[in-house]
Ligand binder design. Structure first.
Ligand code: BTN
Length: 317
């Protein structure tokens, strides 16, 4: 595990190395020995960084790995949403880590998860090559707004990746699942912590019904580029939610969703609700119409019903 804060000396030296700096200058500015600097440079090389190092000029990073704690930190610390980054080669679940650390404004990211959690106790398969991260939010949102946070997070990801939304928060491409979002609450009731966990299929193998950006694009993508656009979009939409722009977000969610207008089955707590999804209401509930009845649902597994002649309706996720 590697953790970094914005004022961590290692992070500041890293930024200098990106621009290019002489060993002498680092030693002087940061009070480090030549050996300590050399060790840090070696450590970065092990992570996949390549340096141009010329005698008398110093060090400059000329190639960065696909993902590293320093790359993630460079994105996150531009925003005031994150104060500390936790990076894991392997972890059980980033949502679980977030829960254990229990502090707001933290970002947890892993190369792979051994017990990635999905909604309803399902497993989120987290092979190498995907993006798996969790953000703990500042304590500024009332708990009853959790459904709005979930929907807003989904919209932020969908907008960043040019994808569609399936209620409540699946991000889809070509009718298959590209990204899943798991929002959880932890801590005490008086002082709850909201955890937003996001899993995106980038260059990883996907389970049935899933799709990766690699499949869509026909080539591998740099995960840091995907992370940057998703994180920046998340920040924009989250701040709009805080500024009470939910009504605009709700409309935008509807425009970017492929659920509204479809015949669906929603399964929740052992029950099944059927109907045509007609709207997303002001509290983030899905409105279903069936004959004269109107049903309002706040959570559940949503399936699209694809009728095919002579057969029972087929459910597709
Ligand atoms: C879903 O069921 O669609 C939600 C999947 C959420 C997966 C992400 S991956 C990062 C974070 N850590 C977890 O254990 N789960 C979420």
């Amino acid at each position: 595990m590697y953790r970094l804060t914005a004022n961590d000396r290692r992070f500041r030296i890293f930024l200098e190395l990106k621009r290019g700096i002489s060993g002498e200058e680092i030693a002087r500015k940061y009070g480090l020995s030549r050996t300590a600097i050399w060790k840090f440079v070696r450590r970065l090389e092990e992570m996949g960084y390549v340096f141009e190092s010329r005698r008398g000029v110093g060090y400059r990073i000329v190639h960065s790995p696909d993902l590293s704690v320093f790359e993630i930190a460079s994105v996150c610390f531009k925003s005031d949403l994150v104060e500390e980054v936790f990076y894991y080669e392997e972890v059980d679940s980033t949502n679980q880590r977030a829960r254990e650390v229990g502090k707001p404004k933290r970002l947890f990211i892993a190369e792979r998860q051994t017990r990635g959690r999905g909604r309803y106790g399902r497993v989120w398969v987290s092979d190498p090559g995907g993006l798996y991260f969790s953000i703990t939010l500042p304590r500024e949102i009332p708990l009853e707004d959790l459904p709005k946070i979930t929907l807003t997070s989904g919209l932020a990801v969908a907008r960043a990746l040019n994808a569609r939304l399936k209620w409540p928060n699946d991000v889809m491409m070509m009718g298959r699942k590209l990204c899943g979002i798991l929002c959880e609450i932890s801590g005490e009731i008086e002082n709850p912590l909201v955890i937003v966990g996001i899993g995106i299929n980038v260059n990883n193998k996907t389970p049935e019904g899933g799709i990766s950006l690699r499949e869509v694009e026909g080539k591998e993508l740099r995960r840091i580029d995907v992370f940057r656009s998703v994180f920046e979009s998340f920040e924009v939409y989250y701040k709009r939610l805080i500024k009470r722009e939910w009504e605009e977000i709700r409309k935008e969610w509807i425009e970017n969703s492929d659920t509204i207008g479809k015949r669906v089955v929603v399964r929740v707590a052992g029950k099944e609700y059927r109907g045509i999804a007609v709207d997303l209401d002001e509290d983030g509930g899905l409105i279903l119409k069936e004959d004269e009845k109107t049903i309002r649902i706040f959570s559940g597994g949503c399936f699209y019903v694809t009728p095919s002649a002579g057969l029972k309706p087929r459910l597709s996720q």
